[in-house]
Design a protein. Structure first.
Length: 113
């Protein structure tokens, strides 16, 4: 795999923030199995996200989980739902998403540097 080098200025363009999932619901209208999430990002407010994370998570288990979100992508319409932030994660060996999170609680809206 060839990696493309970026500059620090390039990295600074990506606004990654910590947020707490305050609500999660199944999203049957999505093409791929997904959940609708509502994430509290502190001063940025509660933002919505569509996430393909059904292999490892149940909606009720996500409530209270602190996750890392990209907050400066433009909103994206997914079926009948407007996804406002991207909740980040990594693929496991079976290509199922495992959410990225912080190992200690930080304020909602805290920026990753």
């Amino acid at each position: 795999m060839i990696l493309t080098a970026i500059t620090w200025k390039d990295f600074e363009k990506i606004d990654l923030r910590a947020g707490t999932i305050v609500d999660a619901k199944p999203f049957p209208e999505a093409k791929k199995p997904s959940f609708q999430l509502w994430v509290d990002l502190g001063a940025l407010g509660i933002k919505k996200s569509s996430a393909q994370i059904t292999a490892h998570y149940k909606p009720e288990d996500l409530i209270g989980m602190q996750v890392i979100c990209v907050v400066n992508f433009p909103p994206r319409q997914i079926a009948n739902f407007l996804s406002e932030v991207l909740v980040t994660g990594f693929e496991d060996e079976q290509k199922n998403v495992v959410l990225s999170s912080v190992d200690r609680k930080v304020p909602n809206g805290a920026r990753l540097f």
